[in-house]
Design a protein around this ligand. Structure first.
Ligand SMILES: *[C@@H]1O[C@H](CO)[C@@H](O)[C@H](O)[C@H]1NC(C)=O
Ligand SMILES: *[C@@H]1O[C@H](CO)[C@@H](O)[C@H](O)[C@H]1NC(C)=O
Ligand SMILES: *[C@@H]1O[C@H](CO)[C@@H](O)[C@H](O)[C@H]1NC(C)=O
Length: 398
């Protein structure tokens, strides 16, 4: 019975025409909505070529009174996402468009391993060595070099940074590692659903024991396996699409999102779900997931623990070095919520807020925000994006 029902849903789906946005990449989508857009490529020192997108100004070409140049706002996505997460909703609702229309020069960053980072000067994505990276490489190469590139292209000294989830982790790591001169490139670091370590266990990351985890890491480092392209099977995504798009079934779609802890208060536009799942999830490396699993064990941010022997060679010490977020002097503002089941409020308060020093200037606990709501929730526009814009204006003029 259920099988017939599902088959029916799949077949209805295959008859239905696709939403145009499902077939567009980030640049095409931005152009589709009538915004100016540029594609930029950065090749990192270790050979990965990454595509960034730029929306140099908004639809009405507005600038910010009193600024001779549009201030740069750089966005970085989270784990399994791409820059598309800042484009999922309508232009009046999506962060990238809202900031462009407010008068900013918007840059959307990406990381290696996603569909915008599959090129390498000598490695091929079919080879294990292509996937020999974790969030440290995202931080030290992908993020650092894209920021330096955006500043060079716009001829500016500093920019505002907005990150979500792993997009905050890579900035915490970068700032902890950087000297004050590099840190001065970041005017304010806005961290949505921030994470720099966990006290609370989260499945499936805490499934493996420390010994098993270390064995797997050795396995991957030896090139035994490396590729983990995470894909939602077509049949499943087609079922989800149909449930979410049907007027009759869409309450089921909302209820499902709610039960999965993906959203609260029905603030997701269910008719955008097909567009969201055609651009999410993206891929990452097995090694990166193992690094995340270690972060749960350490309860703090460290380099990947390669095991004592390899640590000694790679880091000159037996233990994996720690990122000291107490070193951060760049102004940092946190947005978090009790309802966020991934970057839990307790972890933010007990780890980030306790370990950070003078860099931390403000923090906001939001009502009823899940981890995904920062990207797809319709309340994010008024409760996060616009407050960030006001905060930047206050920084610029007062
Ligand atoms: C990346 O690789 C693909 C496939 O080989 C190619 O079509 C594309 O032009 C490359 N992009 C860049 C920026 O090198
Ligand atoms: C991955 O990188 C590490 C350290 O740079 C190296 O020891 C290891 O051999 C690499 N593994 C593969 C499969 O490329
Ligand atoms: C939801 O998305 C649809 C399709 O893109 C759009 O027509 C509609 O206006 C959106 N609704 C809200 C409340 O934003």
């Amino acid at each position: 019975m259920i099988a017939i029902f599902l088959l029916l849903l799949i077949s209805i789906g295959s008859l239905k025409s696709k939403e145009i946005e499902e077939t567009l990449d980030a640049v095409e989508l931005i152009a589709y909505y009538g915004y100016p857009v540029e594609r930029h490529y950065v090749t990192t020192d270790d050979g990965y070529t990454i595509e960034m997108q730029r929306i140099p100004y908004g639809r009405d070409d507005r600038s910010i009174d009193g600024c001779t140049k549009r201030p740069v706002v750089f966005f970085m996505h989270g784990l399994f996402a791409t820059s598309y997460m800042y484009l999922f909703n309508l232009p009046s609702q999506s962060a990238a468009f809202v900031f462009a229309d407010a008068g900013f020069d918007v840059w959307l960053g990406n990381i290696r391993g996603t569909e915008y980072g599959l090129n390498h000067t000598t490695f091929h994505p079919k080879e294990a060595r292509f996937w020999n990276f974790t969030l440290y490489e995202h931080s030290h190469f992908d993020l650092r070099q894209q920021i330096e590139y955006a500043l060079e292209k716009t001829n500016q000294k500093s920019l505002f940074y907005v990150g979500h989830s792993q997009g905050t982790t890579v900035m915490f790591a970068r700032l902890a590692e950087a000297d004050a001169t590099w840190q001065s490139k970041i005017r304010i670091f806005f961290a949505m659903g921030p994470t720099a370590g966990f006290l609370k266990p989260l499945m499936p990351f805490t499934l493996l024991g420390e010994g098993q985890l270390q064995k797997l890491i050795q396995f991957v480092l030896d090139g035994k396996f490396g590729i983990l392209p995470v894909e939602v099977p077509k049949a499943i995504s087609s079922i989800i699409t149909n449930i979410c798009q049907s007027r009759f079934f869409s309450p089921l779609c909302s209820a499902g999102l709610n039960a999965a802890g993906l959203e609260t208060l029905g603030q997701v536009n269910t008719s955008r779900i097909p567009i969201i799942i055609s651009h999410f999830p993206s891929a990452t490396s097995t090694l990166n997931l193992l690094h995340w699993a270690q972060i749960f064990k350490f309860h703090e941010l460290r380099r990947l623990d390669l095991g004592a022997k390899r640590n000694l060679i790679a880091y000159g010490q037996k233990e994996a070095p720690k990122f000291d977020i107490g070193n951060i002097v760049a102004q940092t503002i946190l947005y978090f919520s009790k309802e966020d089941q991934i970057t839990d409020e307790m972890d933010v308060r007990e780890i980030i807020m306790k370990q950070m020093g003078p860099g931390l200037i403000e923090s906001y606990s939001l009502d009823h925000f899940t981890h995904a709501d920062y990207a797809i929730g319709l309340r994010a526009t008024d409760e996060v994006y616009k407050p960030i814009i006001y905060r930047i204006s206050a920084h610029l003029f007062f």
